[in-house]
Design a protein. Structure first.
Length: 284
């Protein structure tokens, strides 16, 4: 989502109003290949004409061990020559309330000898957001966040219906992965079935779907549809890695994912990964 719909992502993170006049572009997140300096980094210019940097760090759950790592990554951004003079704003996007204390630090501090760094932090708690805020944006790209927000079962059904109409397998997969945070596997399978019914109908009407139907006439179209779903989920995994851990985007194990349930497990673990090491372990 952060790459495909930058404005919507920044709106969810609380960095910029969805319809607020501004120019947004994604900034380079690596100083050298393999050395990531930000989860999400954007250059934003509003009506004042001044470019600033908006950094968003995504945490599946609060972990105070991340504080020092985040401070160091912000310091790294400030050292990049062309970014040196730009103001840097930090937002922590906390996806779930798990392990989240009543109060979080307003400032992150780093002390090394005579060097003291004080970083002001702003938070956006997705689990506190009412689902209505996402629906009001009118963007399919934000719908995968619905299961993480304050929502009703009716909101879930509404999100599923809108995702079905979007015809976007990646968003459907992300929605189901986020739903696992609050719902049982029985309910997840129910949601998946509701999404798949529309997916089958849509795919059967496309050129690719008709080709699969011809190729699998004797074996049944279900096998062809399953193959298409698996390919879409593998693409979603690659997109997620490109967004958060670009050095792993071409990992050979992705192409080796031949089971849909196994691929969903990998995608779910990658969403929770906060380091390259954890992401690499998730791919095993």
């Amino acid at each position: 989502m952060s790459d495909r719909d930058r404005r919507a992502f920044l709106a969810v993170a609380g960095c910029l109003g969805l319809n607020e006049p501004a120019q947004v572009r994604q900034a380079q997140r690596e100083i050298v290949p393999g050395q990531k300096i930000a989860d999400h980094l954007y250059e934003v210019r509003q009506q004042d004409g001044v470019w600033r940097l908006e950094r968003v760090e995504s945490l599946a759950q609060w972990d105070k061990r991340e504080i020092q790592k985040i401070v160091e990554r912000v310091m790294s951004v400030s050292l990049v020559p062309r970014m040196r003079r730009r103001d840097i704003y930090l937002r922590i996007l906390v996806l779930t309330r798990r392990r989240c204390p009543p109060r979080l630090p307003r400032y992150f501090l780093r002390k090394r000898g005579d060097l003291d760094v004080k970083l002001r932090v702003r938070y956006k708690f997705v689990w506190r957001m009412p689902a209505s805020e996402l629906f009001q944006m009118g963007r399919a790209s934000v719908l995968p966040f619905v299961p993480l927000t304050r929502h009703t079962f009716k909101d879930m059904l509404r999100a599923i219906e809108l995702l079905r109409k979007s015809r976007d397998e990646d968003l459907c997969s992300q929605f189901l992965c986020h739903a696992r945070v609050k719902y049982s596997e029985i309910e997840i399978r129910r949601f998946a079935k509701m999404l798949e019914e529309q997916t089958v109908q849509i795919l059967a009407q496309t050129a690719a779907g008709k080709k699969l139907a011809r190729q699998s006439k004797e074996k049944g179209i279900e096998k062809g549809i399953e193959k298409g779903r698996l390919a879409g989920l593998r693409d979603a995994i690659r997109s997620l890695l490109m967004d958060r851990f670009p050095t792993l985007a071409g990992h050979p194990s992705i192409a080796g994912l031949e089971d849909y349930d196994r691929a969903q497990q990998v995608f779910s673990r990658l969403l929770k990964a906060t380091t390259v090491r954890e992401a690499r372990q998730a791919l095993r």
